[in-house]
Design a binder for this molecule. Structure first.
Ligand code: CTP
Length: 424
């Protein structure tokens, strides 16, 4: 068992269907030697009973702010002896309350009166999560130093699929234990630390610090175009916006950027060395040509997995029957670079239409990447904003919905942070 026996947290449960996962979370935390004081909103009691939570934690559950416990001072007392308050699940409504400092029940009052860090695990329908008001509130929490854990993407209780599922109990325990190890120590009361960087980094203000000064970054962006004949081809709907935004963010941080791009309609960031290509094979050649001395390789391009085996040198004329095209596989550029003997720090992208977490992590492992950035195609392709989920050895973190340049700056900060030691 870990050396955390003396540690205590307040587990706040708010009224969402994911409240059932809080029972498992409490059980696993207790198993880790954590003393768990549960506080529930009235709405949470419609989803799971205080009796269940009391049985799992061995402590009476706090619900009513007018309760005589602690001389009516439970909202103050509970956080004074806690290492942290963890709200799991945190509904959209409760997040809104936290963002605005409302205190109209025991749990929200406790959060406002706390002198310890606050961690929240959002859980809600994907539209509620994507709603501008929720995103604004989440940003406010992050700016206030609150650590936001998740959410995850997947099938939701309502049957829809998307971002908003609460992280699984095992993942939350891992995050909380990491926090307890690295956050304030038992028995001390420290000011609320700026801990937002683990799950969400603060939105960087411009100008960015030139943390990547002198570093060489190679980026692929946009779609590829595989010719069928002289006038037709196979391509995809990637706009190149994300890759170009990343190039821009890297330039702002002082990096020397080479941007290898498939055909796009957007303007190249000033200061980048631009290399235009069409096909995956050309992109592969260009990457190999510019790889020498590269510190970081960021593969944002939507590279065609297949090309036409025998493209026609002349325009193919219409015939009367079916036309069959034979496709052959393209080289996997990112896998090639990541598996070189001394590879640069490789960052991959995964655009998925379903099962984001599962597929993205599979890709990361298959290509041996230290960092993979996932997003849902429905939310990303062609759009001006996006939501990213970062997958690395320590788990996953969400960068909440924002315009692509804001996300690119957050991502580049994250990459610079991870590579700091190795690049110095
Ligand atoms: N990639 C690459 N070369 C390829 C294909 C993909 O460099 N021939 C890179 C992309 O730039 C991206 C990542 O690999 O960073 C995507 O991984 P991949 O598994 O190839 O994704 P998909 O092609 O989308 O795979 P699938 O179609 O099976 O989902």
């Amino acid at each position: 068992m870990e050396q955390t026996q003396t540690k205590r947290i307040v587990l706040g449960i708010t009224g969402g269907i994911a409240a059932y996962k809080a029972a498992e979370l409490a059980r696993l935390l207790v198993k880790q030697g954590i003393s768990v004081q549960v506080a529930m909103t009235e709405a949470a009691c419609h989803f799971i009973t205080p009796a269940t939570m009391q049985a799992l934690t061995g402590r009476p559950v706090l619900v009513d702010q007018w309760d005589a416990a602690d001389n009516g001072m439970a909202h103050i007392a509970a956080s004074r002896v806690a290492e942290a308050i963890v709200i799991a699940p945190a509904t959209a409504d409760f997040i809104a309350k936290l963002a605005h400092g409302l205190a109209d029940d025991l749990l929200s009052t406790m959060c406002l009166a706390r002198d310890c860090p606050l961690l929240v695990a959002p859980a809600m329908n994907k539209q509620m999560w994507a709603n501008a008001a929720t995103q604004r509130n989440v940003r406010q929490l992050i700016a206030d130093g609150v650590q936001v854990l998740g959410p995850d993407s997947g099938v939701q209780a309502c049957g829809e699929e998307g971002m908003g599922r609460m992280l699984e109990a095992e993942q939350l325990v891992k995050d909380i234990m990491d926090f307890l190890r690295n956050g304030k120590s038992a028995g001390t009361v420290s000011p609320i630390p700026d801990i937002s960087v683990r799950a969400h980094e603060k939105e960087p203000s411009q100008p960015q610090t030139r943390k990547l000064s002198g570093k060489k970054i190679l980026i692929t962006a946009g779609p590829t175009y595989e010719a069928i004949d002289t006038v037709r081809g196979i391509t995809n709907r990637s706009s190149g916006k994300m890759g170009y935004a990343i190039a821009q963010a890297a330039l702002e941080m002082g990096a020397q950027v080479t941007l290898i791009s498939g055909p796009t309609a957007i303007t190249k960031p000033q200061g980048a060395q631009a290399v235009d290509v069409q096909s995956a094979a050309q992109m592969f050649d260009a990457v190999k040509q510019h790889l020498a001395g590269c510190d970081i390789f960021i593969s944002v391009a939507a590279v065609a997995d297949y090309r036409v085996a025998h493209p026609s040198a002349q325009k193919i004329k219409k015939g009367s029957g079916n036309l069959t095209l034979e496709l052959e596989p393209n080289p996997d550029i990112l896998a090639y670079v990541a598996n070189l003997p001394n590879p640069p720090f490789c960052v991959g992208f995964a655009a998925e239409s379903e099962n984001l977490a599962e597929y993205a992590e599979q890709k990361r492992r298959a290509k041996k990447l230290p960092l993979l950035v996932g997003n849902l195609v429905q939310q990303a392709i062609g759009s001006d904003d996006n939501e990213l989920v970062l997958f690395d050895d320590s788990g996953r973190q969400t960068l909440p919905r924002a315009d692509k340049l804001t996300l690119a700056r957050l991502l580049m900060q994250r990459i610079a942070q991870r590579k700091k030691g190795a690049l110095q």
